[in-house]
Design a protein around this ligand. Sequence first.
Ligand SMILES: NC(=O)c1ccc[n+]([C@@H]2O[C@H](COP(=O)([O-])OP(=O)(O)OC[C@H]3O[C@@H](n4cnc5c(N)ncnc54)[C@H](OP(=O)(O)O)[C@@H]3O)[C@@H](O)[C@H]2O)c1
Length: 336
Amino acid sequence: MTMIDPAIVPQRTLYTGAKLPAVGMGTFGSDHADADAVSAAVAGAIRVGYRSFDCAACYGNEDMIGQVFADAFAEGVVKREDLFIASKVWNDMHGDGDVLIACAKTLKDLKLDYLDMYYVHWPFPNYHAPHCDVDSRNPDSKPFTVERFMKTWRQMERLVDMGLTKHIGMSNMTIPKLEAVLPLCRIKPAAIEMELHPCFQQPELFEYCQKQGIEVVGFCPIGSPERPERDKMPEDIADIELPELKAIAEAHGVHPAVICIKWAVQRGVSPIPFSLKEKNYTMNLKCVTEDPLTDAEMETIRSLDKNNRLIKGHVFLWEGAKDWHDLWDEDGVIVK
Ligand SMILES: NC(=O)c1ccc[n+]([C@@H]2O[C@H](COP(=O)([O-])OP(=O)(O)OC[C@H]3O[C@@H](n4cnc5c(N)ncnc54)[C@H](OP(=O)(O)O)[C@@H]3O)[C@@H](O)[C@H]2O)c1
């Protein structure tokens, strides 16, 4: 086992002054890796030097990951205050009082007294069942509204007041939605999670968040090659198969996945790659401590953006919505 000293991993500073390691470990098994496999990878990742973990209630594995954290604390591998642990409220828990219940359940499962970050996983109360397919629709699904979102956010703010989470964040947002809700927030989001990989760079949203002092956490940083079947469309492009990316990987003697992580961190994103394999998750952390990409390589990767969103969100569509593009306010206005 190669151990990476967490002190040499680049750190981000959130607006509160808290530190976030620039690379975290994802924990979504993508409907194929079970809770045993994911929690075993988390146990290994702590031991190789990961200090940031991206959890969520809907990943269905927080109780097992919680045991991994508890064992690591008990064995003296790491202290609670050395970890940055994030979780997310799932879409079926946006109702009055539900956010507190969801957070309490997550804390119980993760066996923690507090979270470092708690995200609103999606900005609307639209639920889908685990393992569902692309045509699955919930008849109760509703479009985003500022009123509904702020009802959820007020509950998130109270979690900070109560000390149950140090920070709160949002995920799967758009600029129009942020413009509408940020002025209303008593406690500003400290981070926003969004899909980011070479073929989907979201430059406007990325820059918007940076200007607002909000940390950008990038999910699916490798282009999620093993994402659930419902998220695979014939038009999707595989980032790690792009010839330009492969050539850069060859020049550095690493897998193209590793180049995606280096690029993200050098760009200023905090990626949260997932891997079940010790060799891969070790490299995903180690790679940001050595052998940086050149300016020319960074520019080549910048030019690979193809606006290829992978997690399109079909299963969250409400009655009357046209198609998945309606979730992303592509014309600059919130689609209702
Ligand atoms: N907020 C949201 O709505 C949202 C949505 C999606 C995901 N997320 C979060 O983002 C995390 C990451 O996204 P993701 O898991 O979908 O995709 P990802 O990190 O882009 O890709 C993971 C895949 O890449 C492979 N991989 C990882 N490192 C590698 C390496 N060094 N060399 C070769 N292959 C490598 C893994 O295979 P092996 O296991 O074989 O290494 C795995 O199949 C999730 O786990 C979750 O925590 C959040």
